[in-house]
Design a protein around this ligand. Sequence first.
Ligand code: AMP
Length: 286
Amino acid sequence: MIARLIATKRELDERLDSIRKAGRLIALVPTMGALHEGHGRLIDTAVRETGCVVVSIFVNPIQFNQQSDFERYPRPLEADVAFCAARGAVIVFAPSADEMYPRAQRAFVEVERVSDGLCGAFRPGHFRGVATVVLKLFNIVRPQRAYFGQKDAQQLAVIRRMTEDLNVPVEIVEVPTVRETDGLALSSRNQHLNAEQRAVAVVLHRALQTAAAKIAGGEREPREVVRAASGVFDGLQDARLEYLEIVDPDEMQPVDRIAAPVRIACAAWVGSTRLIDNVLCRPGQV
Ligand code: AMP
């Protein structure tokens, strides 16, 4: 299979025009590249459900709050294009920053409340950057469906709310988190971890599992669940918990009591690498 690598909106438009004229549906899988099996699952699902898949690869400068994080983000474009081709994507859209932002960006998408807590509290402006670039990509590609991973649950909630509140004509499809065998969620940032840090990094998953077990055992008090889960980090030299919270899955706000499905979300630093993970938990179910 060959995936065409396209860097400009103009060429993309020409190519998509003929696809649209042939009456085919278009799916978009937005990514920042350094593709792994998590992205692979998104692409596979999109190929299966929609057929014509565009994978965008763009390390979006306006969603990074640390220049060093932006600069060290991995960019193995050639391997990524081969990865997309092997999974059956037809187009890889990898624009330059100038192509996406030909002049200073003055219009931004703010999704209030949903963006405020969790990662939003620690990365000011991050979700504004994400929502803005995703809306730009939606307008450039005009897909019928777009695929996002539950790994980034707050991002998913922000995108969902944006498309609903702004009547963006695209169906948002959620794909479950892909994990390593020990439970670590796949992430492009995992490649920054050395062997010891990689071993430690499973702590995020363990903490979430501990929280889920507490809830399955009948605990309904968020503070108790958080206390037990945070304890998993105790004594670890190379891992620092940034947040672990129990929120409602729609607006991502902390709940007072666990009475309906909740998302348990956490972020932690392992060495100098920031990792996030989350699970959906339904009280009354294991
Ligand atoms: P990124 O390249 O990290 O911006 O991620 C692009 C898309 O892939 C987002 O929708 C992510 O939620 C999704 N994704 C990243 N890691 C995983 C994973 N381990 N499992 C499922 N989806 C993922």
